[in-house]
Design a protein around this ligand. Structure first.
Ligand code: ATP
Length: 263
């Protein structure tokens, strides 16, 4: 038994939010809506995704009834594409704020994975559409949060709220309502040029800072200490060879030296 009926009801009571029993991907649907002119903060939710994706076209496991799979459309004004990573980081912050409201203690693994107990609870995939001048027309910010389920086939680093707490998870409808509220708050701050404040709040949540990390870039591994989150959302690290280098948001995956998380 899942809480699907209540979940669907909670979503349909939020203006601008649509709910699907099954969808290929909430990002695909949100991008269609955005291209058709959907207003900022419109959302797509689904009980199940058949083609959920993560960064670099990786699969995102989205079983029926077990998680929150949603995408919110953002429409920043006069914003170049290079500014889009802050929206993904802001989404991670909003997810953390929501989880905190439910008594949990999440953290962020740069750039935008949300962890509980050092395991991956949530992934984020943002996709931007640009106008003819190269400015952002829309960003579809996709979020997948594992709510229930004790085991994740082939994903030893994955967890759910239920698997970490050992208790029945809060209702998905309640989590979704809080998430939409926090996403609007964070994205509103970014749209009002308060990005540095967002980055400071993200930094406070990051497990990565001050820790030994291993960055995998194009098959090469670079080891060192994570130092600081820079204004363009890149991560400054000091390599074991003593060189400072900024890991650009995008093509890099970060791990702890001993495992998935630097915690
Ligand atoms: P990572 O550092 O975990 O590789 P990433 O940002 O490069 O993060 P994402 O886009 O967040 O990757 O997510 C894709 C990856 O997440 C997949 O390659 C898979 O390993 C893992 N994954 C897929 N489904 C889930 C899930 N439901 N829960 C946790 N992890 C998942």
């Amino acid at each position: 038994m899942t809480d699907k009926k209540e979940y669907a009801k909670a979503i349909s009571c939020m203006p601008g939010c649509e709910f699907h029993d099954v969808i290929d991907s909430t990002n695909i649907r949100a991008k269609e809506l955005a291209r058709a002119g959907a207003v900022e903060y419109s959302c797509v939710f689904a009980d199940e995704q058949t083609k959920g994706r993560g960064r670099m076209d990786r699969h995102w496991s989205s079983d029926a009834g077990r998680g929150i799979y949603m995408t919110m459309i953002i429409r920043p004004e006069d914003t170049p594409a290079s500014h889009s990573p802050i929206y993904s980081m802001g989404a991670a912050l909003a997810v953390c704020d929501t989880l905190t409201e439910f008594g949990l203690s999440p953290s962020i693994k740069w750039p935008n994975d949300v962890l509980l107990d050092g395991k991956k609870l949530c992934g984020i995939l943002s996709e931007a559409g640009l106008d003819a001048c190269g400015l952002i027309d829309y960003i579809a910010v996709g979020i997948g949060i594992n709510v229930s389920g004790m085991r994740f086939e082939g994903l030893p680093w994955a967890c759910s709220i239920e698997s970490v707490t050992g208790k029945k998870a809060p209702a998905r409808g309640d989590i979704a309502v809080s998430l939409v509220k926090n996403l609007k708050k964070v994205f509103g701050m970014i749209n009002n040029n308060d990005s540095r404040r967002i980055l400071d709040l993200v930094s406070q949540r990051m497990v990565t800072l001050g820790k030994p990390i291993q960055a995998e870039r194009d098959g090469d591994a670079v080891r060192g200490i994570a130092l600081k989150l820079l204004d363009d959302c890149s991560l400054l690290m000091k390599t074991d060879e003593g060189k400072e280098t900024a890991l650009t948001y995008g093509e890099v995956s970060v791990r702890g030296i001993m495992g998935y998380s630097p915690e």
